[in-house]
Write a protein that binds this ligand. Sequence first.
Ligand SMILES: Cc1ncc(COP(=O)(O)O)c(C=O)c1O
Length: 488
Amino acid sequence: MTTTDGTPSVGDWTPQELEENGRLLLSCLRRHFEDLRTLPVTTDRSAQEIRGLIDEPLPTEPEAFGDILDQTWRDVRPHLTLWNHPRFHAYFSNSSSGPAILAEMATAALNVNVMLWDAAPAAAAVESTVLKWLADLLAYPEDGDAVLVDGASLATLYALAAAREQLTGLDVRQHGLAGSPRLRVYASDQTHSSIDKAAITLGIGLDNVIRLPTSGDGMLRPDALDAQIRADVDSGYRPMAVVANIGTTSTGAVDPLEQIAEVCAQHGVWLHADAAYGGFWRIADGVRPHVPDLSAADSLVANPHKVLLCPMEASALFCRHPDALTNTFRLVPEYLTTRHENGSVDFMNYSLQLGRQFRALKLWWIIKSFGVRGIAERLTAAVDLADRLRKAAGNSSHWKVENPDTPFPLVCLRYAPRGLTREQTDALNQRIHQRVNTAGRSYVSHTVVECGYVIRVSIGNIHTLAEDIDVLWRELSAAAAAEEGSAS
Ligand SMILES: Cc1ncc(COP(=O)(O)O)c(C=O)c1O
C-alpha cells in the first residue's frame, strides 16, 4: 500500500483494497461452493508431502493478496478434509452456512472484545439475546447463568467447576482441595472423554471418574448409579456430579435424564447434561419427542457448532442456578473494574476466558436468516436422509444398523456376512472403511460398539442431498463387494 504522494505506508490495506481483496476471496468461495459436490472430500497426499507444499522460509517482504490467495487455493484447500462437504459424514457432520461465513468476517473486522459490558456493549446484548433464544430452543430455563464458549469440552470443565464450588463446606475456590474428601464424578462408559479431561484439570483425578457400564443400548442405568453413589458415600467419598448424555458420541444414545435427576436430587449431587450433539436436534419435530426434559439438569452444554448450521467454534453453556458460574469465576482486578448499570453483563465472569470474540454474531445472523422454521426444515431433512441410509442397509443382506434406536441422524453400520469370526468381521469393516475414505468421494469414521467395529455415518451438513447418501451407499456396497472379491 502507498500514500497519496506515492511513499510506502505502514498502515493497513485501504478500505478500497479490503473490498477488492474481499471480492477476490468471495469469488473463490463462490466457485468453491459451485464445485463442492465434484471435489474430493479429503486429500490423497501424505503428511510429508503436505508439509513440503506449505513449509517455506519466514516471509520478509510483502506479497500481493491475490498471490497468497492463489497459493492457498493451490496448496492448502485441496489438502484439507472438507468438513463443509455434502459427503463428509465423519465424527459429527456439521455445517458452515452462508450467514455465518459472512458473520465471521464481520466479527474479525469489528474485532470487539466481549469481556466487559463497556468493552462491547451491543455485542454483549446480542450474546444475551442469542443465549435466551438458544435456551428457548432447548426448553431450558432462561433465568440462570449462560455463556458462549469455544467448545463442549471447556463448557463441561466450567460446569464441573461450578458443581465443585456448590459443595457445601468445602469452598475449593478459596482453600483448594487439600484436606477435602475425595470427590467423585459419575457417567456412563459411553460418555465423551472431555469429562476425563475436566477431572484431570479440576484435581478430581481419573480414578474418581466412575464410568458405569451400559448394556448394548449405551444408556446409563439410574439404579446402578444410585447403588454406586450409596456405596461411595459409605466408603467416605464425596459424590460431586453426574454427567448424563443427550446423544453419545459413538451411537447417539440418550440417557434417561429425568430418572437420573431423581437420583441426583436424592443424593444432593449436581447433574450436568452433555447435550453437545443431541441438544439442538430437538428442533426437528421428529426428534423432539425422544429428547427428555433438559431442565432437569443443573447445567447443560449444547453445541451450535455441531448442529445449528454454525462453523466452529460455538458452544452454549447454561446453568439453571443464577450466579453458579459467576460465583465460580468472577475475579475482577482493578484494571478491569468498570461501571455497572441495569442490564449490563460482564461475560468475563462466566468462564476462565477474559478476551472473548463476538461469537454470538454468527448465531444471531444464522437464526435470523433461516428462522427457527428454516432451521427445523433443514434438520428434519438430515433426519430423513439418515432414514434413507438405514432403509438401504435394511434392504441388503449383510449390512446391519447397530444403533437402530437413536433418534439422531447417526448411523452405525456393520457389514457382517455369515461364517466370519468377530475379529474377521472387524478387520473386514476396517478395510471397507479405509476403501471408502481413500476413494475420496465420501468420508466416514468409525467406532467400536458391543458387536465390534462399525462404520459410523453422521448426516448433518446443510449441503447434503439424497443423491449424496446414494453415492455413499454405492461406495459402501462397492467397497464391501471388492473386499469379498479379493477374499475369494
Ligand atoms: C457428546 C460429546 N460431548 C462433548 C464433545 C466435545 O465437544 P467439543 O469438540 O465442542 O469440545 C463431543 C465432541 O464430539 C461430543 O461428542
